[in-house]
Design a protein around this ligand. Structure first.
Ligand code: MN
Length: 185
């Protein structure tokens, strides 16, 4: 019994330290699956006020998580801080985005963003202060038809990818949000 508790604590510690690489800011709460499929954690970092007319939020997406088609009446900029994801505007090709990339979504342009199937993605979203308009569901068929982005090198990269996959699965299974209270920041 004691051994099991130690093991559990070790697992949680590993999960927390791996997590630290994926989100600089608090990971926030797991968003309910209303306008997306898969697991996405949202953290509202800055709310618009009388001086600054935009909101800043961090989104941490598990591999395969994707938003539905939507638009921002006052536009949005995405700063990719970790992992590999997708961005697509209506009628255009899917773009693969990686940590360090910046995406500008012009006001009113319909688009979606999400993680690649083989990698999580984290980004900061800077959005003009107007409610997002959700337009239509992004189907699994459309998402699955996108060619999976290539890994930059095999071997170690492959191992990290598998570890990451296992971790995300573990987090999803265990509902780590409820365990987070054990580790106050
Ligand atoms: Mn958007």
């Amino acid at each position: 019994m004691k051994r099991i508790s130690y093991f559990l604590i070790l697992l949680i510690a590993i999960g927390q330290s791996l997590l630290a690489q994926e989100s600089i800011f608090p990971r926030g709460i797991k968003a309910p699956n209303v306008h997306h499929t898969g697991d996405i954690w949202l953290s509202h970092l800055i709310d618009a006020d009388d001086t600054f007319d935009w909101n800043v939020a961090q989104a941490v997406s598990a591999p395969g998580a994707k938003l539905d088609w939507h638009l921002h009446p006052k536009g949005q900029q995405l700063l990719i801080t970790h992992g590999v994801g997708y961005y697509q505007e209506k009628g255009k090709e899917v773009q693969v985005v990686r940590a360090g990339d910046v995406v500008k979504c012009l006001p009113g342009v319909e688009h979606w963003h999400g993680a690649a199937p083989n990698s999580p993605v984290t980004y900061l979203a800077i959005s003009g202060n107007a409610p997002t308009q959700w337009t239509e569901k992004l189907t699994d068929e459309a998402y699955n038809a996108i060619p999976v982005p290539e890994e930059r090198s095999a071997g170690v990269k492959e191992k990290i990818k598998n570890l990451s996959k296992q971790k995300w699965q573990w987090m999803a299974d265990k509902n780590v949000d409820s365990l987070a209270v054990l580790f106050p920041r």
